[in-house]
Design a protein around this ligand. Structure first.
Ligand code: GTR
Length: 422
């Protein structure tokens, strides 16, 4: 009798622990900043905050409340008023306004190779020529179209803010930053351009690049900065895709890492033709909530990179609560299209928690516009993407970078949101 009871108790216990362990393995714990990294960064950069409990309390502006206090209740009100109001606030206070200077644009398909990537892809090299006032600027666009996939294909457009070799169109040098072979193997087209073709990434008082061509007269507080110029360049690539029969221009995802991630968000806000925005570790001036003042701050980004934003943005250095927007409102400008925000475990400079919260606080706008999305307040565990409706987020292990692991998750998400039938 006692022996039988023992056996029974053992079976119950084994069953109980197996279940418990399984459930732990499946759900994991919500991500938290690794203590070791927090301590290390706090020591090496004591002027920046990396402690969650030292984040100041703040109140976010509500994307669904108009300046007169009225609440937006219907999608039509968002589309006819509120969206534009928020877009204007970002133009005025953060990224600046694209000048109205006229220009001419032409596309020159310089080279086509139908047997690229060992016959798996067709390669195209396109020059986008922008002309104004006897000056010409060339955006070099490199495209791979999967040969086996049905045309037109959905496509990932990468804003390349790294050394041009990482996006080597000859594919002699391969880099996870742009894993073109892997993207093609999954049935997507992919294209890349260098942000420097549009505007070199250095402060020269806006003399070079597209600024040197289109800017007229004195610079104003809301004159466009370099991020706005790069985002404008991404839209010119989309103009080209609209002429290319191999590309489904209504299914283009714009992807950027870090400063490129900030650019991707702004490109998606300014240009609703982008079907999906991927902002990888975009941080301050990208997805991260400015009011949290965690890691990089508005003061620091403006002093280190005075050319990225419009000069009005400088008013919010150490004065974040005065901003009429915060970055959840930038993400809400993507709605009801798809958006993927990411962070990396050791990249606390870009504030993973603040980036996730930004996405979280944009959810009411997506829901108003009919996107069934729900995100938990707690973050997903490390290396476990959370996808809800048209929203996705992950924290990858490791440092600040764009890797194949990130891309694979972007493509899993795109399989759900871009590969749907028109
Ligand atoms: C850093 C900058 C970040 C981020 C990064 C990058 O130095 O502080 O905002 O943009 O550069 O682009 O890699």
């Amino acid at each position: 009798m006692t022996k039988k009871l023992h056996i029974l108790i053992s079976i119950v216990l084994i069953f109980h622990f197996t279940l418990k362990n399984n459930s732990c393995a499946q759900t994991g714990r919500p991500w938290r900043a690794p203590e070791k990294v927090v301590d290390k960064l706090s020591k090496s950069q004591p002027e920046f905050n990396y402690y969650e409990d030292k984040v100041p309390s703040y109140k976010l502006p509500d994307p669904l409340v108009r300046p007169d206090g009225r609440r937006i209740e219907k999608p039509e009100e968002w589309y006819s008023n509120r969206r534009n109001e928020i877009l204007e606030l970002f133009r005025e206070n953060v990224y600046g306004r694209v000048p109205a200077t006229p220009y001419e644009m032409s596309f020159d398909v310089r080279r086509t190779d139908p047997k690229a990537m060992e016959g798996n892809a067709t390669f195209k090299q396109v020059h986008i020529n922008i002309k104004s006032d006897n000056k010409t600027l060339v955006i070099r666009l490199y495209i791979f179209i999967p040969n086996k996939a049905p045309k037109p294909v959905p496509l990932f457009l990468l804003i390349n803010n790294r050394d041009s070799a990482v996006a080597d169109p000859s594919r002699n040098i391969k880099n996870e930053f742009w894993p073109a072979e892997e993207i093609v193997a999954r049935g997507y087209g992919t294209a890349v351009f260098s942000n420097a073709d549009i505007d070199p990434d250095n402060f020269d008082n806006f003399q070079n690049g597209i600024h040197g061509m289109l800017d007229r007269g004195e610079r104003l507080g809301d004159s466009w900065g370099t991020i706005s110029a790069w985002a404008w360049g991404a839209s010119r690539c989309l103009d080209y895709f609209q002429t290319d029969r191999d590309v489904n221009s209504s299914k283009v995802a714009v992807v950027g890492h870090s400063r490129g991630g900030k650019t991707a968000l702004w490109a998606g806000a300014e240009d609703t033709r982008f079907a999906m925005v991927v902002a990888n570790e975009s941080g301050c001036g990208g997805a991260a909530l400015a009011r949290r003042r965690y890691g990089e701050t508005v003061a620091r980004i403006n002093s280190a990179f005075p050319h990225w934003f419009c000069s009005n943005y400088k008013k919010f250095a150490n004065n974040e609560d005065a901003m009429p927007v915060d970055m959840h409102m930038l993400i809400s400008l993507t709605a009801p299209r798809a958006v993927y925000i990411t962070s990396a475990d050791e990249d606390l400079w870009a504030d993973p928690r603040g980036s996730y919260l930004s996405l979280y606080h944009s959810v009411p706008v997506f829901r108003l516009l009919g996107v069934g999305a729900e995100l938990p307040f707690e973050m997903p565990p490390l290396n476990e993407p959370v996808i809800s409706g048209k929203l996705a987020y992950h924290v990858r292990d490791g440092v600040h970078n764009l890797l194949l692991k990130d891309w694979n998750w972007f493509m899993d998400f795109a399989d759900q949101v871009l590969k749907l039938k028109d």
